[in-house]
Design a protein around this ligand. Structure first.
Ligand code: SF4
Ligand code: SF4
Length: 359
């Protein structure tokens, strides 16, 4: 970690209260590659304490709806308890101090919204993301990790449009509401396939660090086999809004070469099928390349997460049946992401299946 911080420019000034905004999507074991690995958090804590021994460290995130009241599960499953003992971390949900209204001047789509006081008041905020694929936004790394600032109603509002363009702008609104002071991506073991919850671990062997989240994400996307990272709508939108470099040539990659870090056989999420369309036609791609959720009764545990998380009110649990209303569904796939046992599958239409064969 010390090498990554050094090579990325030396890291930020370390204030009294330091927040690690980790990716704690679900209380999964570190080896499942769903969450930021505890060894990454521990190594970063060692680096921070080396800079300022009296700093107060906090690790936090807003987990998915189902797990919001089950914080103890995270401490146990995600390997955080040992960190708490070793570094004296405060480990608590991002919303544990409540929310504060943001300014709206930077907002492209959300207008007025709230962000956690924990994030807005942190003297130094590290964005400590995980390198994963994503069924909706193709990849998730630093920019997507700060979407976790938002409260549940605002996240639902962002998903409800069913437009990938509007979702990306909402993600960037969240990011700009509290720009992290430094960004670290755990790419030691990433996730390939249909992440961010149900893909497969993929060893990569890297830690990415940068002052700029978009620059870090471009490196992560390249690592995941995207030879044009700006073809990913979220990264393109971030570049348009001036959040970071607009070209890979503007990034000073230190510590390796672009060819050396590329993982060409990294399995992408099915959302990557939209890239068969030129960027201006990506909205049309969402209509033509249909990915719809379906319920698999064989492994459902009737936890209710899908019903609670659905932004369109399209899911209803009726006794021992989960009903998905195709008329209401906006195909955001949040239900797939949040189902803890993989009982929401993704069905592709004939066009999507055809494109899959061309890959
Ligand atoms: S489909 Fe998944 S999220 Fe929905 S009730 Fe069943 S187990 Fe829970
Ligand atoms: S049913 Fe699933 S994919 Fe459809 S809107 Fe609800 S959460 Fe999104």
């Amino acid at each position: 970690m010390a090498i990554a911080m050094e090579r990325s420019g030396g890291g930020p000034l370390i204030g009294r209260n330091v927040l690690f905004k980790a990716n704690l999507l679900a209380p999964a074991k570190p080896e499942q590659a769903v969450t930021t690995h505890p060894e990454i958090l521990s190594a970063l804590a060692a680096w921070v304490k080396g800079k300022n021994p009296v700093t107060n460290l906090s690790v936090s995130d807003s987990p998915g709806y189902l797990f919001a009241g089950q914080w103890a599960l995270f401490e146990g499953n995600c390997g955080l308890r040992a960190l708490k003992e070793k570094w004296g971390f405060d480990i608590s949900p991002l919303n544990s101090k409540g929310f504060a209204e943001t300014r709206t001047s930077f907002s492209a789509t959300l207008g007025r919204f709230r962000i956690p006081i924990k994030a807005s008041e942190a003297d130094t905020l590290f964005n400590v993301a995980k390198c994963k694929t994503h069924v909706e936004t193709e990849i998730t790394a630093c920019l997507k990790n700060t979407f976790g600032y938002l409260d549940t109603p605002t996240r639902k509002r962002a998903h409800r449009s069913g437009s990938i363009g509007k979702l990306c702008e909402a993600i960037l609104d969240a990011h700009l509401s509290r720009v992290p002071d430094w960004n670290v991506i755990d790419a030691v073991v990433g996730m390939e396939g249909n992440g961010p919850s149900h893909g497969n671990p993929k060893p990569l062997g890297w830690v990415i660090a940068s002052e700029n989240a978009l620059a870090a994400d471009v490196v992560a996307a390249w690592m995941m086999g995207y030879r044009n990272p700006f073809s990913i709508p979220l990264l393109a939108a971030a570049a348009r809004r001036g959040i970071g470099p607009a070209s890979r040539s503007h990034i000073d990659l230190v510590g390796s070469t672009w060819e050396n870090i590329l993982s060409p056989r990294f399995r992408k999420a099915t959302s990557a099928l939209r890239r068969f369309f030129p960027t201006p036609l990506r909205g049309l791609a969402h209509t033509l390349v249909k990915q719809t959720p379906f319920w698999d009764p064989s492994c459902c545990i009737f936890c209710g997460a899908c019903e609670k998380v659905c932004p369109a009110g399209a899911i209803r649990i009726n006794g021992r049946t989960v009903l998905i209303d195709p008329e209401k569904c906006v195909r955001c796939l949040c239900c797939h992401e949040m189902c803890p046992v993989g009982a929401i599958g993704i069905r592709r239409n004939i066009f999507a299946r055809f494109l899959l064969r061309q890959k």
